[in-house]
Write a protein that binds this ligand. Structure first.
Ligand SMILES: Nc1nc2c(c(=O)[nH]1)N[C@H]1C(S)=C(S)[C@@H](COP(=O)(O)O)O[C@H]1N2
Ligand SMILES: [Mo]
Length: 253
């Protein structure tokens, strides 16, 4: 694991900043106790994930020939937030993903670090409750890999995705449990159909949680918060649509 991470220069990109792990050389890294324990956990999460999965099936994956020529955009397609707009003006070069809450090592991951991680590419069908579907290809690191770097505390039960957009005064957010968070097809996508995500589709980073419906696929993700409960957060039902319109929290397809 350490060899892979070093070859990919994950840490050379300034990743793991908030955890105090800004180091450049591999030797230095491997000697760093916090980094070593991050690696050990990263190696064992697969086992935990498998256990958690139980009968957890994979969502169907398609071939390139099945990809929809037009994948529509839906919901918010151009966040008005001033900070988001200034990031957009510089192609999101300065965007960082925060991972915090019930974790051992809070992270601030720059896009370069996210792109340097091991990637998963998948062609899946997106189903919106409004009655349309589209097949697209998504690429990004598995969410489980990122959560393992942060190291979850035993009390963590949910991953909450805080987005840069809002409807009126309500920020868009979504949440999933740890079974879905560590599912192999759950990724933080920065590429769609071989191109960096467009603003319409959620640039620079969106969730793909392939066994659930469209509204769970949070776009414009800026922060992942690990929590033990969804109560007390916004409307308390775990997502913007869940709070505003009583959509199901578990939106299984
Ligand atoms: N941040 C954010 N994420 C979001 C939405 C949104 O409005 N804001 N809309 C959701 C809905 S209802 C759907 S169907 C999909 C649409 O994704 P697309 O625009 O890439 O088609 O994003 C989901 N994620
Ligand atoms: Mo949707």
């Amino acid at each position: 694991m350490s060899i892979i991470l070093c070859r990919r220069r994950l840490l050379g990109t300034g990743a793991l900043g908030a955890g105090g792990l800004i180091l450049s050389g591999c030797d230095k890294l491997n000697a760093n106790p916090a980094f070593r324990s991050a690696l050990i956990e990263a190696g064992s999460w697969h086992e935990g994930a498998q256990r958690a999965l139980g009968s957890g099936a994979l969502a169907r994956e398609y071939s390139e020939a099945d990809m929809s020529p037009n994948f529509r955009v839906n919901g918010n397609t151009n966040p008005e937030d001033a900070s988001y707009k200034s990031h957009a003006a510089t192609d999101f070069a300065g965007w960082t993903l925060s991972v915090d809450g019930l974790v051992k090592r809070p992270l601030a991951l720059p896009m370069t670090a996210i792109k340097a991680m091991q990637q998963r590419k998948q062609i899946t069908r997106h189903d919106c409750v409004e009655g349309w579907s589209a097949i697209g290809q998504w690429q990004g690191p598995q969410l489980g890999q990122i959560l393992s770097m942060a190291g979850l505390l035993p009390s963590a039960r949910y991953a909450v995705f805080h987005c840069a957009d809002r409807f009126g005064s309500s920020p868009y957010y979504e949440s999933i449990d740890l079974v879905d968070a560590f599912h192999p097809q759950t990724i933080l996508a920065w590429e769609m159909n071989g191109q960096p995500l467009s603003i319409g589709h959620g640039a620079p980073l969106r969730l793909r949680v392939e066994r659930q419906l469209g509204y769970k696929q949070a776009k414009y993700v800026m922060r992942i918060e690990l929590r033990d409960s969804l109560a007390g957060l916004f409307g308390g039902k775990g997502g913007y649509w869940e709070d505003a319109h009583d959509y199901q929290w578990y939106a299984g397809i």
